[in-house]
Design a protein around this ligand. Structure first.
Ligand SMILES: *Cc1c(COP(=O)(O)O)cnc(C)c1O
Length: 396
C-alpha cells in the first residue's frame, strides 16, 4: 500500500448535493405541523366534498387577490373550462391565446369546439405580443369565418401579461378577457395583485405552481356576481338553487376539501416563499446576467416566479449547458420545447402561418431551479455550474 496519498481522480461529489428542480420534502419540514393539523381536522369532520375548508380557502384567496368572488375548482384546466362554458364559447368562436404556453390554454377552447388563434410572444418578457394580437384579430375579421370572442392572457412563468394593453384591445373588439394565471398567483401589476385585471382569472394548485397543493386543484376569480353564480353552478353539474334542479350542462369541477386544507396550510408560508423566489431571481440576474439572457421584467410588476427561464444563444449551447448541469446534479427544465401550433394535436387547427418568436425561443430557452427551499449553497452551485458550462461551450 502506498503511503503517498494520490489525488482522487474522480471529483468529490459536490458538497451541495443534487439540486432538485422542486423540493416539496424540504417544504414539508417547514409546514409539517400546520399541514397535519389541517388534514386531521378534515379527517375528523369527514366532509370530504365541499367541506368548510373550501369556503375558508375561497374567502382567503379572494381577499389576497382583491377579487369580489373566488370559486375553488378541481384544476386550473377546469377553471378555464368553466370560464369558457359560462360564456357559451363554442363552434365558430375565435379564442386568441399565446402560442408559447402550457397545452391547457389551447386545449380548453378546442374541447368546446371553438378555434384557438395562436399569437406570438415578446422575445424579452415571453408575454403575448399585442401588436401580433391586433394583426391576428384583424385577419380573423377579414377572413369572416370566425367570430372573435375572447382573448386569454397568460401570465407566463409568473410575470403579468400586459393587462393594460389587453384590456384596451378587448374593449375595442368586444372580446371577453380571461386571465390564465395558473403560473402567477401572488404576482402583482401596478401594486395590485393579479385576480381582477380580466373578466375572469383562473389559477392552478398543481404542485409545481407558485401556490401548489398535494394534487390537482384550481380556482376562479371574478368581480361579477352573475359570473360567480354561473361558475358555482357549472362546477356542480349545472345545479340551480336546489340540489336536484339541473339548470344547464355543467361538470364535476369541485375542489376536494383535503386539497383546500393543504392549500390553506401552504398559505401560512406563501408570502415568505414569494420573497425567497424573488431573492433567488435577483441572484441569478446578478450572477448570470452578462453571460446569457435573463428574463426581462414586465414594467411596474412583481412576479410569482413559478419559473425562471433564461435564453441561451442556440440549441446546441442549451444542450451542452443542460448536460453539464446534469453531471453536477443541477436539475434544469425546458418550458416549452415546442410552441403549441407545432403540436400534432393542434397543428391542424392553425391557419395563421409562422410565429417566429415562439418558434425561435422554444429552441434555446432553459429554466433554472427557483423553489423557495433552494439554499444559498445550492444557488451558488447552480451559478458556478452554468458559468463553467458556458465558458466551456464558448471555447469548444
Ligand atoms: C398549469 C397550467 C394550466 C393548467 O392547470 P392544471 O391545474 O394543471 O390543470 C393552465 N395554464 C397554464 C399556463 C399552466 O401553466
Amino acid at each position: 500500500m502506498s503511503v503517498i496519498q494520490k489525488p482522487d481522480p474522480v471529483p468529490a461529489p459536490s458538497a451541495n448535493g443534487p439540486v432538485p428542480f422542486l423540493d416539496l420534502k424540504a417544504q414539508q419540514a417547514r409546514i409539517g405541523p400546520e399541514m397535519r393539523r389541517r388534514i386531521d381536522t378534515v379527517l375528523a369532520h369527514c366532509q370530504f366534498v365541499m367541506g368548510p375548508e373550501v369556503a375558508e380557502l375561497e374567502a382567503e384567496l379572494a381577499r389576497r387577490a382583491g377579487a369580489a368572488h373566488c370559486i375553488a375548482v378541481s384544476s386550473g384546466t377546469d377553471a378555464l373550462l368553466i370560464a369558457m362554458m359560462a360564456e357559451d364559447i363554442g363552434p365558430g368562436d375565435a379564442v386568441f391565446l399565446p402560442a408559447f404556453t402550457y397545452t391547457a390554454t389551447a386545449e380548453v377552447p378546442l374541447l368546446l369546439r371553438a378555434t384557438p388563434v395562436f399569437v406570438d410572444i415578446d422575445p424579452r418578457t415571453f408575454q403575448m405580443d399585442l401588436a401580433d394580437l391586433e394583426r391576428r384579430i384583424a385577419a380573423v375579421r377579414q377572413a369572416g369565418k370566425l367570430r372573435p370572442r375572447a382573448v386569454v392572457g397568460v401570465d407566463l412563468f409568473g410575470q403579468p401579461a400586459d393587462w393594460d394593453g389587453l384590456a384596451k384591445i378587448a374593449e375595442t373588439h368586444g372580446l371577453l378577457t380571461i386571465d390564465d394565471c395558473a403560473q402567477a398567483f401572488g404576482a402583482s401589476l401596478h401594486g395590485n395583485p393579479l385576480g381582477s385585471q380580466a373578466d375572469c382569472t383562473a389559477i392552478s394548485f398543481f404542485p409545481s405552481k407558485s401556490l401548489g397543493g398535494y394534487g390537482d386543484g384550481g380556482a376562479l376569480f371574478t368581480q361579477s356576481d352573475e359570473r360567480a353564480a354561473l361558475y358555482r353552478s357549472l362546477r356542480t353539474h349545472g345545479e340551480g338553487k336546489q340540489r336536484y334542479d339541473v339548470q344547464r350542462i355543467g361538470i364535476n369541477g369541485r375542489l376536494d376539501t383535503l386539497q383546500a386544507a393543504v392549500v390553506l396550510a401552504k398559505l401560512t408560508v406563501f408570502d415568505a416563499e414569494l420573497a425567497r423566489r424573488e431573492a433567488i431571481a435577483r441572484t441569478y440576474d446578478q450572477r448570470l446576467g452578462n453571460l446569457l439572457t435573463v428574463p426581462a421584467r414586465v414594467a411596474d410588476s412583481t412576479s410569482a416566479w413559478a419559473v425562471y427561464s433564461v435564453l441561451l444563444p442556440d440549441s446546441a449551447t442549451r444542450t451542452a449547458v443542460q448536460e453539464a448541469c446534469k453531471a453536477e446534479g443541477v436539475s434544469t427544465a425546458v418550458y416549452y420545447p415546442k410552441p403549441l401550433h407545432h403540436q400534432p394535436a393542434y397543428a391542424e387547427h392553425h391557419e395563421g402561418g409562422a410565429l417566429p418568436v415562439s418558434e425561435d425561443i422554444a429552441t434555446r430557452i432553459m429554466a433554472l431551479p427557483i423553489h423557495p427551499d433552494l439554499t444559498d449553497a445550492q444557488l451558488d452551485h447552480v451559478c458556478n455550474t452554468i458559468t463553467r458550462a458556458l465558458a466551456q461551450a464558448i471555447s469548444a
